[in-house]
Structure formats: C-alpha cells, structure tokens
Ligand binder design. Structure first.
Ligand code: BES
Ligand code: ZN
Length: 462
C-alpha cells in the first residue's frame, strides 16, 4: 500500500483514535484529575508501543513523560517530536455547547478540550509514523518522541528530564505542532514565540474586613492599592513602566515589519471573530507586531472584597491578582522578575504587606529561517496542505523550545495545524478534522523530506 492510499483508507480510524484520547480529562492544573492525567499518559505510551517503538513511561515528581524511539535507521537524521497530552481546565462549563470531554463533530470540526491544544496536533506525528510503518515497514528517518503532561502548568518535570537525558535526546532538529496556521487555508511555519513570566500579587492590610464608612479614607484599602499597583505597570500608550523592562528588547527590523504587513491581516475580521468594536495596544505598532513581537502585561485574574449579591459597604482586608508578562526573545524572565519585584516593593503603600509569587517563566525564541530543515518543512507542508506555508511569529509560549536549544543545540520546527479561532484555553475548543488529516500527511512527508536533505548533504560531501 502507498502512503497516500493509507491516508484515504485510515481516515475513520485516525479520527476514532483522536476521539478516544479526547475522552480522557487530562487537566494538569487540578490534582483532582490526576487519574485521568495518568490514563492519558498510558494511552500515548500504548500508541507508540503499538508501533514497536522502544518506549518508556517515565515517572516524575509531577506527571509522567512518554519517551519513545523508532527502530534505528543508520545514516538517517533524527527528529525529536515534542508534544503534550495535558489540557487546560474546561471551565466555564456552562458555556460549552457539547461537553468538553465528549468529542462531538459539528461542521467538520471536532469539539473537545485539547482537540487542537495539543492532543489533535500531537497525534498527527504518531499517526504519520504509523502510516510509514504500515506501508513501508519502516520510517525513512529516526524519530524520538517526548510527550509530556505538564505543558499547561510550566513543564516543571520536563526541564530536569531533558538535562539528565541529553545523549538519549540528541537530534538534528525538533518538531512541534502546538501552534496555528495563519488563516484557514493558509498554512504557516512559526519562526518566533514569545516568552512568559507568570506571577501572583497578594496584598493584605488590616486584621479583618472593616466598615467602609467608619474607616474609609483613613486606612489603605488593599483593593485600591492593588488597582494602583497593577495600573502602574502599563501606561496609557501600552508601554510597560517597570524600570529596565525594555533593556534587552531587540527592535523589530524594517524588513520584518514589511514581512508582517505583507501577510494581509484583516483587523475588521479579527474584531468580528472576537465580538469587539475596536482594538488597542502599544502605540506605534500594528496588531500583528503587538501580538507577535512586542512584550505585554496582562491581568489574568483579580479578586478582593465583596462579590455576593447586592451592595456591601466594606473595606476588604485582602486583595490579589494573577498577572503575566509575555516577553520577546532576548528578554530574560529572571531579570524581568527581579525588576518587577523591585518596582512593586517600591510603590507598595504604607499599611499593606505584599507577597509576590512566581508560577513559571520561560524565554521566547526565534528560529533560523534559512536552515535546510525549514526548507524540508516548507516542502512537506506544501505537499500535505496543497499550499506553500507563510512564515509567521506567534504570541503564545512553549518554553521548552528555548530549553531544547540550550541543552541539545537543536532548533525547532514549529508546524502549527490549528486555527486562531480554535478557542484554545476557552469554551468550545475545536480542531478542523480536515486539518488533522492534512497534518498527518504533512508530517509523513516531513520524515521523507528530512531524510532527503541528509542524503543531499552526504552527496555534496559535507
Ligand atoms: N499551544 C500553546 C502555545 C501557543 C499558543 C503557541 C498560541 C502559539 C500560539 C501552549 O499549549 C500554551 O498554551 N502554552 C502556555 C505556556 C505557559 C503555560 C508556560 C501559554 O502560552 O500560555
Ligand atoms: Zn495551551
């Protein structure tokens, strides 16, 4: 059987397997889902073991990591496939049209938590290997898989695993599908991701809540202090006000700005998709520049004071917020943390005790555009999707990409099969099934294209 006929005859089976994995509620943020997290790890482990790969379910202090290697193909390059089987919490549940862990097909999309981020995308690289094994009996290259279960909470266990297994993980390039195409019908290769620093600020004041008439105006209200402190982080022009914040930011080149502009991003359609009547952000930058290549600060959650029905004249004793910075390549999350801490401590008003908690940090990345691996990926996507990919950056973060570069010296091919309206991290997450199948094809062709460039460099005497 040829690869192409395998794709046709195995469509239903590929979908059924995806739906199986999507039924497992592998939420990493909440320990209540621990059994399901382990079940998802076993599911992925079995899928790779079923291909007769050498596999290991690695127990960690957190969630298991699946490590697998395809049978060795001497002289061929090695690609390391990274993906994650954990998903974000499904709440708010009442906003889902069909339940988050009952995959449901509507209009050619499968709706479920994790459909695109990252179960569906990750699975394309297992299915593509299966296609090769079941047609040619072997793969054209060597594949190493590292599939983790803590990506959505900061990859804490993966970092030491990589550091301790550098030899076993040695590779020519890394392949990750955990991002998006530029638009429906327009595939893309992502060459830049933002970094992140995620924090929580907790403020406490008086011993207990107080009457706002008796005490208001004479004491520092933690909720007021919180608003002032958070507001001090960004000015009205969208510039972050933490001293030293921009020190290591590399300005966008004219060439890159032109390349972004030539992609033809439509702001009106974007507003329509989001249901808003206007946009804002750092002055002097376009929307794509703001989201792909400029650092930002956003509040992710905020609390304090009375939330119940009706009014209550009270001064809350405590208030807090979760907030995060998206960073650009070359900004060091540790340095930014120190700067933010210093800034907040300096402005923290009398009567308030502050606590700053760091959840996770990760550096942004830029991967070289001119590598033979990029050319191979571009060719594979053109074959799988029927259209040449455009080169884009994205605003999300996959901190392990920078770690893999540091620890293994390998660059990553970020090949996103998702779409920007897939509702990742929000209700009604979906993945276009046609893109799932195209992704499987592009991935299968990628193994072949990567093998080709290695053969070329051998015949060139390199
Ligand atoms: N799939 C995303 C990363 C992503 C999002 C890449 C959008 C490109 C565009 C990934 O699963 C994710 O959500 N990562 C977290 C990282 C964090 C928890 C360290 C993120 O970006 O918030
Ligand atoms: Zn995610």
């Amino acid at each position: 059987m040829t690869l192409d006929s395998w794709f046709t005859t195995n469509r239903t089976r590929c979908e059924a397997d995806l739906f199986d994995l999507l039924r497992i509620a592998s939420v990493s943020a909440d320990r209540a889902y621990r059994t399901d997290v382990n079940r998802a790890a076993e599911w992925v482990h079995n899928a790779l073991a079923g291909l007769k790969f050498e596999t290991e379910l690695v127990e960690t202090a957190g969630n298991p990591i699946i490590f697998a290697k395809s049978p060795p193909v001497p002289g061929a390059p090695t690609a390391l496939v990274y993906g994650h089987y954990d998903v974000q919490p499904p709440d708010p549940l009442d906003q889902w049209i069909s339940p988050p862990f009952e995959p449901t097909v509507r209009d050619g999309n499968v709706y479920a938590r994790g459909a695109t981020d990252d179960k569906g995308q990750m699975l394309t690289h297992i299915k593509s290997a299966q296609a090769w094994i079941e047609t040619a009996g072997t793969l054209p290259i060597n594949l190493t898989y590292v599939i983790e279960g803590e990506e959505e909470v900061g990859s804490e266990s993966l970092e030491p695993f990589i550091a301790a297994n550098r030899e076993r993980l040695a590779c020519d390039c890394v392949v990750i599908s955990d991002s998006s195409q530029f638009a429906p019908g327009q595939p893309a290769i992502t060459y830049g991701l933002r970094g992140i620093l995620y924090l929580e600020l907790r403020l406490s004041g008086f011993k207990q809540d107080l009457h706002s008439g008796t005490f208001g105006g004479g004491v520092t209200n933690p909720a007021n202090a919180l608003c002032q402190m958070l507001a001090s982080l960004v000015d009205a022009n969208g510039r972050i006000q933490v001293p030293g914040f921009y020190d290591d930011v590399v300005p966008l080149s004219d060439q890159e700005r032109k390349a972004f502009a030539s992609l033809g991003f439509n702001e009106q359609e974007f507003c329509q998709q989001l249901g808003v009547d206007g946009l804002s952000g750092e002055a002097g930058f376009t929307n794509l520049e703001r989201r792909w290549a400029r650092p930002t600060c956003d509040i992710n959650g905020i609390w304090g004071g009375y939330q119940g029905e009706g009014p209550k004249t009270v001064l809350p004793a405590k208030a807090g917020a979760k907030f995060s910075f998206r960073l650009v390549p070359n900004q060091d999350p540790k340095k930014i943390l120190a700067a933010v801490k210093q800034h907040l401590e300096k402005i923290c008003p009398p009567g308030i005790r502050m606590e700053l908690i760091e959840y996770h940090g990760g550096a942004g990345v830029l991967v070289p555009l001119d590598s033979p691996y990029m050319a191979a990926a571009s060719q594979a996507i053109t074959r799988g999707f029927g259209r040449k990919p455009v080169m884009i950056r994205e605003g999300g973060s996959i901190p392990i990409v920078a770690t893999l570069r540091e620890q293994l010296g390998a660059d990553t091919l970020l090949l996103g099969w998702g779409l920007n309206d897939d509702n990742t991290h929000s209700p009604n997450e979906k993945f276009c099934l046609e893109d799932y199948h195209r992704g499987i094809k592009a991935s299968a062709y990628l193994w072949e294209e990567l093998a080709k460039i290695m053969r070329k460099s051998i015949t060139n005497g390199k």
